[in-house]
Design a protein around this ligand. Structure first.
Ligand code: PLP
Length: 246
């Protein structure tokens, strides 16, 4: 069965990659003296087929992340019977918040109050609270979205006060090409912010950190949710990915 982008990925390939990623997560957790059950695998399925998502779900993956709303909406609808948990990972524009509020369980990447307010207002009253993470902009890493370390606490407490949202934690994204010590240092900085918020009374349980190229460093620094695309599904050809549209 061929299920991948451009039909290049077989169910066997995907299964093998999945087992490899699982084993790497377990090894990283063990190295950090952490329980592997404390690290959730979020499969980043942007640009990937409904068939590939079904196959991973069959293997036991429950959490899937999407970046582009035009792509995500039909996929979520097609897989509605499977009881999957959908995470929005893209940059949120104010005029696109309704789709996220209505169709997703999580929004990572909250970086301003206005977006959180819109999500709170648009979350259907019949749905459980939308889980959200505040995105932290890493010092001296240019061009990334998120809030600076100094503003995280203020935004977190404003978000916590909103109805229909549940602040779960912090999220960050590293640039590619850093060596492992530098990755760990940057992730540890976010971990410190997270610990400080909890010490000051927040009830956060999620550190959304780590992608294909740095999840081992993220787990070493305390990540509880790794967002993995390429290592699971293979390299995403540029043409498979819809233009920035969310
Ligand atoms: C695409 C994406 C990922 C997955 O990246 P890979 O390097 O393919 O594992 C994780 N997080 C976010 C926010 C993304 O946009």
């Amino acid at each position: 069965m061929l299920i991948g982008p451009q039909n290049s990925l077989s169910a066997e390939d995907l299964g093998a990659r999945y087992r490899e990623v699982r084993a790497s997560i377990a090894a990283a957790a063990q190295l950090a003296h952490r329980n592997v059950d404390c690290v959730t695998l979020l499969a980043v399925s942007k640009g990937r087929s409904v068939g590939a998502i079904q196959e991973l779900a069959r293997l036991g993956v429950e959490n899937f992340g999407e970046n582009y709303l035009q792509e995500a909406e039909p996929k979520i609808a097609a897989l509605a019977g499977m009881n999957l948990t959908w995470h929005f990972l893209g940059r949120l524009q104010a005029n696109k918040t309704r789709v996220v509020a209505e169709h997703f369980a999580w929004a990572h990447g909250i970086d301003r109050l206005r977006i959180a307010e819109r999500l709170a207002a648009q979350r259907p009253a019949t749905a459980v609270a939308l889980n959200v993470c505040v995105q932290v902009k890493l010092a001296d890493v240019a061009g990334r979205s998120g809030v600076g370390a100094a503003e995280v606490a203020a935004l977190a407490s404003e978000v916590e006060a909103l109805p229909r949202l549940r602040l779960r934690g912090l999220m960050c994204m590293l640039p590619e090409g850093l060596d492992a010590p530098r990755q760990r240092e940057l992730f540890a900085g976010v971990r410190t912010l997270y610990d400080r918020l909890n010490r000051d009374g927040a009830q956060l349980d999620t550190l959304s950190m780590g992608m294909s190229s740095d999840f081992e460093s993220a787990i070493a620094a305390g990540s509880t949710m790794v967002r993995i695309g390429t290592a699971l599904f293979g390299t995403l050809a540029r043409t498979d990915s819809p233009a920035q549209q969310s």
